[in-house]
Design a binder for this molecule. Structure first.
Ligand SMILES: Nc1ncnc2c1ncn2[C@@H]1O[C@H](COP(=O)(O)OP(=O)(O)O)[C@@H](O)[C@H]1O
Ligand SMILES: [Mg+2]
Length: 281
């Protein structure tokens, strides 16, 4: 049986768009006819879980929105660190096992370093790290010091990803496709934006990630959560499309194809073609 393809959304900083992008990816895969399971490891905050619950609640109002099979997993509260990590590992592996018949598993992680999050990274086939357009976010990938741009050193998060890549290679012999994208970009030109791009391009070769274009900062992203909908559902929910919505959907379809997430064999090619035509229409 084909193993599920696992996508992890991760970085050690909150508010960069992990849960928002996770939901868009989940809905895109569902609309292609795939069986999708989602897993919220940021269970204390529970943004993805609430997003899915909102969608479940409104699904019949809007032409039967597709909803993933969803679970959330809280970290163990065992005061003994080693026992807590063993429990976490068992719980995560059990959930992944339960989802073994799915085509995709999308895992959202918290904006801080936890054992569960690290472990989830080691199961990723694709890791997506969204960054806000600020040097503070860049500091998550490299230690930035004034005037030392050329001597950048990987930061704790980048080092952690490297460790999990090694872990995965030892376990299964396969690689993690690490993708970094910039989210909430100001559509206007700025020197900061250009400098961020230059540094990220340089880092992508040094640290080993693919740099993809993300999303501009758009109000629509903040409005979708309440109904559990995404940019892909706008037509089905009868939302009148503005130019900004059209531009946002273009950014999304560009991102989804650049992610190069493999099509699982169970999805019918015709369904894929239909969905691509709908998104670009
Ligand atoms: N491209 C965007 N434009 C505007 N707001 C965005 C965008 N992406 C995310 N947001 C908003 O930013 C906030 C943080 O997003 P979220 O997905 O919860 O981040 P994380 O999961 O990394 O903490 C939310 O209020 C969300 O609606
Ligand atoms: Mg989140």
């Amino acid at each position: 049986m084909l193993e599920p393809y696992i996508v992890v959304l991760g970085n050690e900083k909150g508010g960069t768009g992990k849960s928002t992008i996770a939901m868009h990816l989940i809905v895109s895969l569902l609309r292609q006819g795939a069986r999708v399971a989602s897993l919220d490891l940021d269970a204390r905050q529970g943004t993805l879980s609430h997003y899915v619950a909102n969608r479940q609640r409104t699904k019949h109002t809007f032409d039967d929105l597709l909803v993933p099979e969803h679970s959330s997993l809280l970290a163990s509260t065992n005061p003994n660190r080693i026992s807590a990590e063993q429990e976490d590992e068992q719980n995560l592996k059990k959930l992944l096992e339960n989802y073994s018949s799915y085509d995709y598993i999308v895992i959202d992680t918290p904006g801080n370093d936890t054992f569960l999050s690290r472990l989830a990274h080691s199961f990723a086939d694709t890791l997506i790290t969204p960054l806000n357009d600020s040097f503070i976010d860049l500091d998550m990938l490299i230690r930035l010091e004034p005037g030392e741009i050329e001597k950048l050193r990987p930061s704790t998060y980048a080092t952690m990803v490297w460790d999990q890549k090694k872990e995965k290679a030892c376990r299964s012999g396969s690689n993690i496709d690490w993708i970094v994208l910039r989210n909430r970009l100001n559509p206007l030109y700025s020197k900061n934006k250009e400098e961020m791009h230059r540094i990220l391009q340089m880092l992508s070769k040094r640290i080993g990630f693919r740099l993809l274009a993300g999303f501009c900062d758009r109000v629509i992203f903040r409005e979708l959560f309440i109904n559990g909908t995404t940019l892909l559902d706008l037509k089905d929910t009868g939302t009148s499309m503005t130019l900004s919505h059209v531009a946002a959907r273009k950014e999304l379809s560009d991102l989804l194809s650049a992610l190069e997430i493999p099509v699982q064999k169970k999805i019918k090619t015709q369904q894929l073609a239909n969905e691509a035509a709908r998104v670009s229409a």
